[in-house]
Each structure stands twice: as structure tokens, then as C-alpha cells.
Design a binder for this molecule. Structure first.
Ligand code: FAD
Length: 325
């Protein structure tokens, strides 16, 4: 038998890996929303996250504001953006152009998504990409063509994963096959859809690992404080919030009490996901920092202190306002 490798027994590599922290933001829809978003960005930046993800409208409906927000994050903050990109309704040519634009502004991480199908049931234009898997392959092709520009580096490609079955999927087993296919096409990591039961995340991890999925699967956790938002989420994603949590939030006498209950429930969910082996926590912020920071405070994540991450001056309201135009 050969002796254990020096790498395996090195003390810095044998212990638990640091836990990643990230936030989701969406591009603002008005000047007022942009102003409050930039306050949120400043608050989140102070927590030194590993990256912030920026959503993208299906069919590229908000391409301009998404790219502008990402560009400003790169130029004016210490934050690393992870750009969401959807492929539904877009041709490979259109998408290759957007991928190039993202790489040009300095993006080195893309979350490759299909996007939701149009509600009116319209069939996608002929020649448009069908699945997230196609988009991953396209990103890898664009990356290959630009490898000299990227110093032969790589773009980190993330994908979506589903603790509760994707609404269009025939089964949870099919979801795992899709996740494995996305890994084979070049996905580096996955972020999950929101979930309300920690067992669903633990179960996803177990089934994925058994099937050969080796990439990190980061739980997406939403501060569970707004009844309106929880109801809307159920409509949009098909993920039904736990009835007992809804009852407890509805029974709260004050907003402060509702926030306390919601933050506690979120912290418990995130801690259970970490206990199940989560490599990080991705917080869905809805562009608001207070609840996200409250959750983070109570989570006490084992995080390395990064030297040299310096806050740049906060942008002026005028430039923040321009973002929404
Ligand atoms: P896919 O992986 O392509 O799967 C879509 C459906 O097709 C699934 O039912 C799957 O089972 C099936 N499928 C996939 N591949 C195959 C195949 N080869 N053969 C047969 N069936 C297949 N939406 C936005 O519009 N903008 C965003 O910014 C955004 N961000 C998100 C971030 C996260 C972390 C998550 C979890 C979701 C996000 N979404 C976003 C929603 C996402 O676009 C929807 O959930 C969408 O319905 C599916 O996207 P997907 O990338 O999982 O698609």
C-alpha cells in the first residue's frame, strides 16, 4: 500500500473548507429603485461576500440594465459579479454576443439558465437554444475562442438545481439526470432554487452525489419574512412555502415580531443545510439588505478574512439614478 499523499495529509487541506457567501441582486426598474439598490450594495459589500449574482430577464428583457449594473459593480466596488444569463428565445449568435459583452466588462462567472417559458405559451423562435445545457456549451465555446484574452483562464459556469422537483420535470430523478448532464457539459457549480424544508436540500445532495454529480451545490436561501413575497414565490416557482411558517408569520402582531420569526426560520434552514454539507450560502436579497444582514449576523459562517478588500467610495445618487434610465 502506498503512503498517504503529502497533499491529502497537509493540515490546511485536511480540515473543513471555508464556507462561501454570496447574494442575489436584480437590476433596478426605476431611478428610486436604483438609489436604494446602491445603498444595499454598499451594506452587502461591507460583509465581503465571494460574489454577488445579478439576475437576467428571460429572453434578455432587461439586458441593458443588467449589463450596466454588472459594469458598475466591476468598476465601482470590490464585488465580483456572477452574471445570470438565460437562453430561452435567443439564438446562439445573439447569446455569443451577450457572453462576449459580459466578458468584455470583466465578468468571469456566468449562471447559465434556460429562463422560464413565455406565459402565453408562444413557441420559441426557430434556431433558439432549448436548454441550459446548450448555453453552457456555448459559453465554453466562446471561452475557448477567447482563451488568449482570458490569459488561458476559465469562466466559472454555474447552473440551477432543484431541491423540490422543477415544475416541468417528470420526476426528481429526471432533475438529477439534467444536473449531471449540465456538469458533463462544463458546469462548475450549482445554486439551488428556494426551498423551505432542509431535508429537501439534504436529499438533493445525496441523490446528486450518488448519481455522480461532484460539483458544489450551493443552497439558495431567502429571508422568510414577507407573506406577500412567499405567496408570489409559490406562484412563480411552484415551491410551496411551509404552511406552519405562513401561519406563524400571519399570527405575528407587529412587523418586528414577523421579522424575528422569519429571520429565525431562515437561520435554522441555512444551518440545517450547512449541517447537511452545504459548501456555501447564497442569499436571495430582493435588493434589500436589512433581513439578509440579520440572517448573516446570526449564522456565524466560518469565513476567511480577505486582506486588501477595500471599500471604494459609494457612488453618487446621480450616477445611481442613471442606472435605471
Ligand atoms: P434547464 O436545466 O434547461 O431545465 C428546464 C426544464 O427542461 C426542466 O424541466 C428540465 O428537467 C428539462 N430539461 C433540461 N434539459 C433537458 C434535456 N436535455 N432533455 C429533456 N429535458 C430537459 N430565471 C430567469 O429568467 N432569470 C434569472 O436570472 C434566473 N435566475 C435563477 C437563479 C437560480 C439559482 C435558479 C434556481 C433559477 C433561476 N431562474 C431564473 C429560473 C429558471 O430560469 C427556471 O427555473 C427555468 O424554468 C429553468 O431553468 P434551468 O436553467 O433550470 O433550465
Amino acid at each position: 500500500m502506498s503512503p498517504p499523499s503529502l497533499i491529502d495529509t497537509h493540515p490546511n487541506l485536511a480540515g473543513a473548507a471555508p464556507v462561501a457567501l454570496s447574494y442575489e441582486l436584480f437590476p433596478p426598474r426605476s431611478a428610486a429603485a436604483a438609489e436604494s439598490l446602491w445603498t444595499t450594495i454598499g451594506e452587502l459589500e461591507a460583509t465581503d461576500p465571494d460574489y454577488v449574482s445579478v439576475t437576467y430577464g428571460a429572453s434578455g428583457s432587461n439586458r441593458g440594465t443588467a449589463v450596466e449594473l454588472i459594469n458598475r459593480l466591476v468598476q465601482e466596488t470590490t464585488l465580483r459579479p456572477l452574471a445570470h444569463l438565460t437562453c430561452v428565445g435567443n439564438s446562439p449568435q445573439e447569446l455569443a454576443e451577450i457572453i462576449g459583452e459580459l466578458l468584455d466588462v470583466g465578468v468571469r462567472g456566468i449562471l447559465a439558465l434556460r429562463g422560464d417559458q413565455p406565459k402565453d405559451g408562444a413557441t420559441p423562435p426557430p434556431g433558439s437554444l432549448r436548454y441550459a445545457q446548450d448555453l453552457i456549451e456555448l459559453i465554453r465555446r466562446v471561452e475557448q475562442r477567447r482563451s488568449a484574452l482570458l490569459c488561458a483562464g476559465k469562466v466559472a459556469v454555474g447552473v440551477a438545481a432543484y431541491p423540490a422537483r422543477h415544475p416541468e420535470s417528470p420526476s426528481e430523478a429526471h432533475d438529477i439526470e439534467v444536473l449531471l448532464a449540465k456538469q458533463r457539459s462544463g458546469a462548475d457549480f450549482a445554486i439551488t432554487q428556494v426551498f423551505f424544508h432542509a431535508e429537501q436540500y439534504a436529499d438533493l445532495l445525496t441523490r446528486a452525489r450518488r448519481a455522480g454529480v461532484t460539483i458544489p451545490i450551493i443552497p439558495g436561501v431567502m429571508p422568510l419574512i414577507s407573506l406577500r413575497r412567499l405567496a408570489r414565490l409559490g406562484e412563480l416557482t411552484g415551491v410551496e412555502p411551509a404552511p406552519e411558517l405562513i401561519d406563524r408569520l400571519a399570527a405575528a402582531d407587529t412587523d418586528a415580531e414577523r421579522t424575528r420569526i422569519g429571520v429565525r426560520a431562515t437561520v435554522d434552514l441555512a444551518n440545517a443545510a450547512l449541517d447537511a454539507g452545504a459548501p456555501g450560502i447564497h442569499l436571495y436579497t430582493f435588493n434589500e439588505h436589512a433581513a439578509a444582514l440579520d440572517v448573516l449576523d446570526k449564522l456565524a459562517l466560518p469565513r476567511p478574512h480577505r486582506h486588501g478588500a477595500q471599500r471604494r467610495p459609494a457612488p453618487s445618487a446621480a450616477t445611481a439614478g442613471q442606472l435605471a434610465s
